[in-house]
Design a protein around this ligand. Structure first.
Ligand code: GTP
Ligand code: MG
Length: 498
């Protein structure tokens, strides 16, 4: 088991040094024998929203607009963790404390929660907006909200913790730059989440694979009577999480920080803890910690790529997604891949605001002309016309087998569901090419017919429909993927050849 986790770690692309956030392409040479190079994920500024009923900002010039957008960086932060850890409650509390939800609304939610016999869920109702979520007290769809601190505009992506909704969690995490891992300190709850099969583990491993390079671990429910701000409990959780986070590929010193909070009571979130409540915590509060996380910037000059996560009709066709590379400007001529539909950028929206350009990391709504909404599917990619994204039905990938169902064997003919950026597609392993020794990272000479849990293997993967992907070494975020069957993540991988 330890070995398996070692392997996962090596596969999961340790965070590399960022030199003032500048990415040196030389650092990203593909190397099939070694799986621990790092993708530099990046970021600059932006957010998504529902309808683009935005007022057009007065834009003096592109340069002014650029300056304005650069003032405050933007980060996408995904809230992950086991079911009921308090992700939605903490997300809701953040919105409340940042003044976006008034007392009357809170009172209304309190009443509604009480009527549903879910008294303590009222804060979660801020994030859990649909009836099913409120009745069951479980997030289903990734909730989205925005708030700002002194230096940063954040988009919160509130992922579901329940194991049935892992695909939604994957879609949330794949849009995120940083993760807040929420852990319940309540007696028994930390334990259930941390067990094999608990979502604390699965979420951490997925987040790392999906490019969430920095993690803030919040030990929540510190107010619970079974915890009562106990230092011992906090230390116990931290000391159990550290080795696991290391095994999952996180550099704990550089990329992870811990802090105690109470999402429900709103403690250690916007302001630091009162010493009379918790004498042993000297560290920052959640807002401060989020503020100080540094994430390397993307390359605004590389070819434009924006995987489409959603689309709708509104005075034309509007697509939503996160810019993974390059810059988009009003009036640009682009392609929607894989269909090669020529489109023109009519308008770009960040939150409520119309902007003239946007770079890597931005969550956008883009109004296009030249394409019908019906002709776009999520998983398609808005792409530079001069240098469009690659389209394939087959690729070669280096796969790390995590845990096969009932210890099944992994061989040619194995079928699974492929998740790569916003693509979800059935796939089949058509050929195992070479097994790689997880210890030495060297290829094993012997012909490989099947592999088991923990193996690293180079194989050919086929999909029925054309998909848009890239080699991991060229565009990490568009070349890393997970394979799932029957609701379980069975393997993670990266594309090595197209
Ligand atoms: P899923 O979306 O289903 O994965 O759950 P979640 O992580 O979003 O948890 P949610 O916010 O819905 O909270 C679950 C339960 O934990 C609710 O009853 C909350 O009131 C409770 N809870 C959340 N945070 C705290 C906290 O800080 N202290 C205490 N005592 N209870 C909390
Ligand atoms: Mg929730």
């Amino acid at each position: 088991m330890v070995d398996l986790e070692e392997d996962i770690r090596s596969l999961q692309l340790d965070s590399a040094e960022d030199i003032n956030g500048v990415v040196n392409p030389e650092d990203e040479k593909p190397d099939v024998d070694k799986m621990d190079e790092d993708p530099k994920q990046e970021v600059q500024a932006q957010s998504v929203e529902a309808e683009p009923k935005a007022k057009v900002k007065e834009i003096l010039s592109v340069q002014d607009e650029e300056d304005e957008q650069m003032k405050k960086r933007h980060l996408n932060v995904v809230f992950i963790g086991h079911v009921d850890a308090g992700k939605s409650t903490t997300g809701g509390q953040i919105l409340f404390l940042s003044g976006q939800v008034d007392d009357r609304t809170i009172q209304k939610y309190e009443k509604e929660a009480k009527d549903k016999s879910r008294e303590s869920w009222y804060m979660a109702y801020i994030m859990d907006t649909n009836e099913e979520e409120r009745v069951k007290g479980k997030t289903v769809e990734v909730g989205r909200a925005h708030f700002e601190t002194d230096t940063t505009r954040f988009t919160i992506l509130d992922a579901p913790g329940h194991k049935s909704y892992v695909p939604n969690m994957i879609s949330g995490a794949s849009q995120a730059d940083i993760g807040v891992l929420v852990i319940s300190a309540r007696k028994g709850e930390f334990e259930t989440g941390y067990e094999r099969g608990g979502q604390t583990r699965e979420h951490v491993q997925l987040a790392k694979t999906l490019g969430v390079t920095k993690l803030l671990v919040v030990v929540n429910k510190m107010d619970d009577p079974t915890v009562n701000w106990s230092k011992e409990r906090y230390d116990e959780i931290e000391s159990k999480m550290i080795p696991f986070l290391k095994q999952s590929g996180y550099n704990v010193k550089k990329d992870v920080s811990f802090l105690p909070i109470s999402g429900l009571m709103g403690l250690n979130i916007k302001t630091r803890l009162d010493k009379s409540l918790c004498s042993w915590w000297d560290g920052p509060c959640l807002f401060e910690s989020l503020d100080s996380i540094e994430v390397p910037m993307g390359d605004p000059k590389s070819p434009f790529r924006m995987p489409i996560i959603d689309k709708f009709k509104d005075m034309g066709t509007v697509v939503m997604g996160k810019v993974e590379s390059g810059t988009i400007r009003d009036g640009d001529s682009l392609l929607i891949m894989p269909n090669k539909d020529h489109v023109k950028v009519v308008a770009i929206y960040i939150d409520e605001n119309r902007v003239t350009l946007a770079g890597p990391g931005e969550n956008l709504r883009v109004r296009l002309s030249g394409v019908e909404e019906e002709d776009i599917l999520s998983g398609f990619v808005l792409s530079s016309a001069a240098n469009p994204i690659s389209t394939v039905t087959e690729f070669v990938a280096q796969l790390q087998i995590l845990e096969l169902l009932d210890n099944a064997i992994f061989t040619a003919g194995y079928k699974a569901v492929l998740h790569v950026h916003s693509v979800v597609e059935e796939c089949e392993i058509v050929e195992l090419l070479q097994q790689i020794d997880p210890k030495t990272r060297k290829p094993i000479k012997k012909k490989v017919l099947f592999v088991k849990n923990g193996a690293i293997v180079l194989c050919r993967v086929q999909v029925n429909n054309v998909i848009c992907v890239e080699k991991f070494s060229d565009f990490p975020q568009l070349g890393r993927f997970t394979l799932r069957t029957e609701g379980k993540t069975v393997a993670v991988g990266k594309i090595t050849a197209l």
